[in-house]
Design a protein around this ligand. Structure first.
Ligand SMILES: [Zn+2]
Length: 140
């Protein structure tokens, strides 16, 4: 059956959750690393064209956005404090500068964050994902 997933014997499964997450961060399929994970900005492919992994079952939901808000907030908080405290800028001017910067930063990192979350969920078999591991390597 052509839609059947390729066996873990013939594809290069990641060695751990960090490589799986990194493949997702780069927008590659976390399972095989060979094909694109997204068909549109935040739309994952239904099925990996290379290893046939079903990505339609992913449940990243709002978690990538929460991660983005957390990271951008922590990166920009010291900037806001410096703009108001050190440089004496008004709160309105600070808001006028920081708000567009924060939105752009969030939009830029959202796809990578979603890819990383999908890779993490897949590696740990969370939701509808089935956990897979590499076969133990033979030691000489
Ligand atoms: Zn794949």
């Amino acid at each position: 059956m052509p839609s059947q997933r390729l066996s873990p014997d013939v594809i290069d499964l990641p060695k751990g959750w960090v490589p799986a997450l990194m493949r997702g961060l780069r927008g590659r399929c976390p399972r095989c690393g060979e094909a694109a994970l997204f068909r549109a900005w935040l739309k994952p492919v239904d099925r990996c064209p290379h290893c046939k992994q079903d990505w339609s079952v992913q449940q990243a939901d709002d978690f990538p956005a929460y991660i983005g808000i957390f990271v951008v907030g922590h990166l920009l908080a010291p900037v806001v404090i410096a703009m108001i405290g050190t440089f004496g800028m008004s709160a309105w001017l600070t808001l006028a500068i920081i708000l567009p910067v924060a939105v752009v930063m969030l939009l830029v990192m959202l796809q990578q964050t979603k890819g990383g979350v999908i890779g993490f969920l897949w590696w740990h078999g969370i939701g509808a994902f089935k956990q897979e591991r590499r076969a133990p390597e033979d030691k000489p």
